[in-house]
Design a protein around this ligand. Sequence first.
Ligand code: ADP
Ligand code: TYD
Length: 214
Amino acid sequence: MSDGQGVFISFEGIDGSGKSTQARQLAERLRARGHAVVLTREPGGSPGAEEIRRLVLEGDPDRWSAETEILLFTAARRDHLERTIRPALAAGQIVICDRFADSTRMYQGLSRGDLRALVDQLHGLMIGREPDLTVLIDMDPDIGLARAKGRQGTEERFEDFGPDLQRRMRAGFRALAAEFPARFRVIDGARPVADVAGSVLAAVTPILPERADG
Ligand code: ADP
Ligand code: TYD
Protein backbone atom coordinates (compact mmCIF):
# COMPACT_ATOMS: atom_id res chain seq x y z
CA MET A 1 0.00 0.00 0.00
CA SER A 2 1.25 3.44 -0.89
CA ASP A 3 -0.11 5.31 2.15
CA GLY A 4 1.69 3.95 5.20
CA GLN A 5 0.12 1.00 6.99
CA GLY A 6 -3.48 2.25 6.91
CA VAL A 7 -6.40 0.50 5.26
CA PHE A 8 -8.89 2.34 3.07
CA ILE A 9 -12.41 0.88 2.87
CA SER A 10 -15.31 2.43 0.93
CA PHE A 11 -19.04 1.70 0.95
CA GLU A 12 -21.00 2.04 -2.26
CA GLY A 13 -24.56 1.45 -3.39
CA ILE A 14 -27.77 3.20 -4.34
CA ASP A 15 -29.48 5.76 -2.11
CA GLY A 16 -31.07 4.15 0.93
CA SER A 17 -29.22 0.84 0.58
CA GLY A 18 -27.83 1.14 4.11
CA LYS A 19 -24.28 2.39 3.44
CA SER A 20 -24.23 4.95 6.25
CA THR A 21 -25.74 2.47 8.71
CA GLN A 22 -23.22 -0.20 7.78
CA ALA A 23 -20.24 2.18 7.72
CA ARG A 24 -21.13 3.22 11.29
CA GLN A 25 -21.60 -0.39 12.40
CA LEU A 26 -18.25 -1.41 10.94
CA ALA A 27 -16.49 1.54 12.60
CA GLU A 28 -17.99 0.57 15.98
CA ARG A 29 -17.05 -3.08 15.61
CA LEU A 30 -13.48 -2.31 14.56
CA ARG A 31 -13.03 0.24 17.35
CA ALA A 32 -14.28 -2.38 19.81
CA ARG A 33 -11.47 -4.62 18.54
CA GLY A 34 -8.95 -1.89 19.29
CA HIS A 35 -8.42 -0.43 15.81
CA ALA A 36 -8.03 3.31 15.21
CA VAL A 37 -10.81 4.18 12.76
CA VAL A 38 -11.68 7.34 10.85
CA LEU A 39 -15.30 7.29 9.68
CA THR A 40 -15.89 9.74 6.86
CA ARG A 41 -18.15 10.36 3.87
CA GLU A 42 -18.44 11.86 0.41
CA PRO A 43 -19.25 14.34 -0.84
CA GLY A 44 -17.65 15.92 2.23
CA GLY A 45 -15.32 14.59 4.89
CA SER A 46 -13.23 17.77 5.26
CA PRO A 47 -14.37 21.34 5.94
CA GLY A 48 -13.83 22.49 2.34
CA ALA A 49 -15.45 19.40 0.85
CA GLU A 50 -18.47 19.82 3.15
CA GLU A 51 -18.93 23.30 1.66
CA ILE A 52 -18.86 21.81 -1.84
CA ARG A 53 -21.38 19.16 -0.63
CA ARG A 54 -23.98 21.88 -0.17
CA LEU A 55 -23.37 23.16 -3.70
CA VAL A 56 -23.86 19.76 -5.32
CA LEU A 57 -26.67 18.26 -3.21
CA GLU A 58 -29.00 21.20 -2.69
CA GLY A 59 -31.06 23.11 -5.20
CA ASP A 60 -32.47 22.50 -8.65
CA PRO A 61 -31.56 19.19 -10.36
CA ASP A 62 -30.43 21.21 -13.44
CA ARG A 63 -28.28 23.56 -11.39
CA TRP A 64 -24.98 22.25 -12.85
CA SER A 65 -23.98 20.79 -16.21
CA ALA A 66 -22.79 17.20 -16.05
CA GLU A 67 -19.20 18.29 -16.67
CA THR A 68 -19.26 20.99 -13.97
CA GLU A 69 -20.68 18.46 -11.56
CA ILE A 70 -17.77 16.06 -12.23
CA LEU A 71 -15.34 18.88 -11.47
CA LEU A 72 -17.12 19.78 -8.24
CA PHE A 73 -17.25 16.20 -6.93
CA THR A 74 -13.60 15.70 -7.88
CA ALA A 75 -12.58 18.98 -6.22
CA ALA A 76 -14.35 17.88 -3.05
CA ARG A 77 -12.63 14.48 -3.23
CA ARG A 78 -9.19 16.03 -3.70
CA ASP A 79 -9.64 18.16 -0.58
CA HIS A 80 -10.98 15.17 1.37
CA LEU A 81 -8.01 13.05 0.26
CA GLU A 82 -5.44 15.72 1.14
CA ARG A 83 -6.87 16.79 4.48
CA THR A 84 -8.52 13.68 5.91
CA ILE A 85 -7.83 10.38 4.11
CA ARG A 86 -4.08 10.53 3.37
CA PRO A 87 -3.08 11.80 6.84
CA ALA A 88 -5.15 9.05 8.50
CA LEU A 89 -3.65 6.33 6.29
CA ALA A 90 -0.16 7.68 6.90
CA ALA A 91 -0.85 7.39 10.64
CA GLY A 92 -1.78 3.73 10.17
CA GLN A 93 -5.51 4.20 10.74
CA ILE A 94 -8.44 2.45 9.09
CA VAL A 95 -10.41 4.87 6.92
CA ILE A 96 -14.05 3.94 6.34
CA CYS A 97 -15.59 6.15 3.68
CA ASP A 98 -19.32 6.32 2.86
CA ARG A 99 -19.05 6.63 -0.98
CA PHE A 100 -15.89 7.43 -2.97
CA ALA A 101 -14.91 7.65 -6.65
CA ASP A 102 -17.14 4.75 -7.74
CA SER A 103 -20.14 6.98 -6.96
CA THR A 104 -18.84 9.55 -9.46
CA ARG A 105 -18.25 6.78 -12.02
CA MET A 106 -21.91 5.84 -11.58
CA TYR A 107 -23.88 9.01 -10.88
CA GLN A 108 -21.91 11.43 -13.06
CA GLY A 109 -20.57 8.78 -15.45
CA LEU A 110 -23.92 7.19 -16.29
CA SER A 111 -26.84 9.45 -15.46
CA ARG A 112 -26.52 12.13 -18.15
CA GLY A 113 -24.92 10.42 -21.10
CA ASP A 114 -21.82 8.25 -21.09
CA LEU A 115 -19.21 10.35 -19.29
CA ARG A 116 -17.37 7.49 -17.63
CA ALA A 117 -14.16 8.08 -19.63
CA LEU A 118 -14.10 11.72 -18.55
CA VAL A 119 -14.66 10.75 -14.91
CA ASP A 120 -11.82 8.24 -15.09
CA GLN A 121 -9.46 10.71 -16.77
CA LEU A 122 -10.04 13.35 -14.12
CA HIS A 123 -9.72 10.73 -11.40
CA GLY A 124 -6.37 9.63 -12.82
CA LEU A 125 -5.12 13.23 -12.91
CA MET A 126 -6.37 14.46 -9.56
CA ILE A 127 -7.07 11.53 -7.22
CA GLY A 128 -5.09 8.50 -8.40
CA ARG A 129 -6.08 6.34 -5.45
CA GLU A 130 -8.65 3.57 -5.09
CA PRO A 131 -9.85 2.06 -1.81
CA ASP A 132 -8.13 -1.17 -0.73
CA LEU A 133 -11.58 -2.71 -0.43
CA THR A 134 -15.03 -1.55 -1.61
CA VAL A 135 -18.19 -2.95 -0.03
CA LEU A 136 -21.13 -2.76 -2.44
CA ILE A 137 -24.41 -2.92 -0.52
CA ASP A 138 -26.68 -4.33 -3.21
CA MET A 139 -30.46 -4.14 -3.08
CA ASP A 140 -33.68 -3.62 -4.99
CA PRO A 141 -34.09 0.12 -5.71
CA ASP A 142 -37.75 0.08 -4.67
CA ILE A 143 -36.71 -0.86 -1.13
CA GLY A 144 -33.81 1.60 -1.13
CA LEU A 145 -35.92 4.48 -2.39
CA ALA A 146 -38.67 3.81 0.17
CA ARG A 147 -36.03 3.86 2.92
CA ALA A 148 -34.37 7.00 1.59
CA LYS A 149 -37.69 8.85 1.23
CA GLY A 150 -38.32 8.18 4.91
CA ARG A 151 -35.61 10.73 5.65
CA GLN A 152 -36.53 14.41 5.60
CA GLY A 153 -34.03 16.91 4.28
CA THR A 154 -32.85 19.36 1.67
CA GLU A 155 -30.25 17.11 -0.03
CA GLU A 156 -32.58 15.88 -2.73
CA ARG A 157 -30.98 16.72 -6.07
CA PHE A 158 -30.18 13.08 -6.84
CA GLU A 159 -33.00 11.34 -5.01
CA ASP A 160 -35.40 13.42 -7.15
CA PHE A 161 -34.10 11.53 -10.20
CA GLY A 162 -36.40 8.64 -9.23
CA PRO A 163 -36.58 4.86 -9.53
CA ASP A 164 -35.43 4.49 -13.16
CA LEU A 165 -32.11 6.13 -12.44
CA GLN A 166 -31.72 4.08 -9.25
CA ARG A 167 -32.28 0.90 -11.27
CA ARG A 168 -29.58 1.90 -13.75
CA MET A 169 -27.30 2.76 -10.84
CA ARG A 170 -27.81 -0.66 -9.28
CA ALA A 171 -26.96 -2.40 -12.55
CA GLY A 172 -24.01 -0.04 -13.01
CA PHE A 173 -22.61 -0.76 -9.54
CA ARG A 174 -22.88 -4.50 -10.13
CA ALA A 175 -21.07 -4.12 -13.45
CA LEU A 176 -18.38 -2.07 -11.71
CA ALA A 177 -17.94 -4.84 -9.12
CA ALA A 178 -17.44 -7.30 -11.98
CA GLU A 179 -14.93 -4.91 -13.58
CA PHE A 180 -12.84 -4.68 -10.38
CA PRO A 181 -13.35 -8.04 -8.66
CA ALA A 182 -10.14 -7.85 -6.60
CA ARG A 183 -11.34 -4.73 -4.79
CA PHE A 184 -15.13 -5.21 -4.61
CA ARG A 185 -17.22 -7.34 -2.24
CA VAL A 186 -20.94 -7.46 -3.07
CA ILE A 187 -23.24 -7.87 -0.06
CA ASP A 188 -27.01 -8.38 -0.02
CA GLY A 189 -28.45 -5.34 1.81
CA ALA A 190 -32.07 -6.54 1.97
CA ARG A 191 -31.59 -8.25 5.33
CA PRO A 192 -31.69 -7.11 8.96
CA VAL A 193 -28.97 -4.61 9.88
CA ALA A 194 -27.07 -7.06 12.11
CA ASP A 195 -26.98 -9.75 9.40
CA VAL A 196 -25.61 -7.32 6.81
CA ALA A 197 -23.07 -6.06 9.37
CA GLY A 198 -21.89 -9.62 9.98
CA SER A 199 -21.30 -10.14 6.26
CA VAL A 200 -19.46 -6.82 6.02
CA LEU A 201 -17.16 -7.72 8.93
CA ALA A 202 -16.40 -11.11 7.38
CA ALA A 203 -15.54 -9.44 4.06
CA VAL A 204 -13.28 -6.84 5.64
CA THR A 205 -11.45 -8.92 8.26
CA PRO A 206 -8.95 -10.59 5.87
CA ILE A 207 -7.40 -7.25 4.86
CA LEU A 208 -7.11 -5.79 8.37
CA PRO A 209 -3.79 -5.34 10.13
CA GLU A 210 -3.08 -7.31 13.33
CA ARG A 211 -5.67 -6.49 15.95
CA ALA A 212 -4.50 -3.69 18.20
CA ASP A 213 -5.83 -5.51 21.28
CA GLY A 214 -3.77 -8.55 20.46
P1 ADP B 1 -27.67 5.03 2.67
O1 ADP B 1 -26.53 5.65 3.45
O2 ADP B 1 -27.24 3.94 1.77
O3 ADP B 1 -28.52 6.03 1.96
P2 ADP B 1 -28.87 4.57 5.29
O4 ADP B 1 -27.89 3.79 6.09
O5 ADP B 1 -28.99 6.04 5.56
O6 ADP B 1 -28.62 4.32 3.72
O7 ADP B 1 -30.27 3.85 5.46
C1 ADP B 1 -31.47 4.40 4.89
C2 ADP B 1 -32.62 4.16 5.85
O8 ADP B 1 -32.89 2.76 5.96
C3 ADP B 1 -32.37 4.65 7.27
O9 ADP B 1 -33.57 5.14 7.81
C4 ADP B 1 -31.91 3.39 8.00
O10 ADP B 1 -32.21 3.44 9.38
C5 ADP B 1 -32.70 2.30 7.30
N1 ADP B 1 -31.97 1.02 7.20
C6 ADP B 1 -30.64 0.85 7.01
N2 ADP B 1 -30.32 -0.46 6.93
C7 ADP B 1 -31.49 -1.16 7.09
C8 ADP B 1 -31.82 -2.55 7.10
N3 ADP B 1 -30.90 -3.52 6.94
N4 ADP B 1 -33.12 -2.87 7.26
C9 ADP B 1 -34.07 -1.91 7.41
N5 ADP B 1 -33.81 -0.58 7.41
C10 ADP B 1 -32.55 -0.19 7.25
P1 TYD C 1 -25.22 10.37 0.24
O1 TYD C 1 -25.17 11.42 1.29
O2 TYD C 1 -24.35 9.17 0.40
O3 TYD C 1 -26.74 9.95 0.04
P2 TYD C 1 -27.49 8.60 0.39
O4 TYD C 1 -27.31 8.42 1.87
O5 TYD C 1 -28.90 8.91 0.00
O6 TYD C 1 -26.89 7.50 -0.41
O7 TYD C 1 -24.91 10.99 -1.18
C1 TYD C 1 -25.72 12.02 -1.64
C2 TYD C 1 -25.90 11.92 -3.12
O8 TYD C 1 -24.70 12.29 -3.78
C3 TYD C 1 -26.29 10.56 -3.62
O9 TYD C 1 -27.56 10.67 -4.27
C4 TYD C 1 -25.24 10.22 -4.63
C5 TYD C 1 -24.59 11.54 -4.95
N1 TYD C 1 -23.17 11.44 -5.33
C6 TYD C 1 -22.83 11.66 -6.65
O10 TYD C 1 -23.69 11.93 -7.50
N2 TYD C 1 -21.51 11.61 -7.02
C7 TYD C 1 -20.52 11.37 -6.14
O11 TYD C 1 -19.33 11.31 -6.51
C8 TYD C 1 -20.89 11.13 -4.76
C9 TYD C 1 -19.81 10.84 -3.75
C10 TYD C 1 -22.22 11.19 -4.40
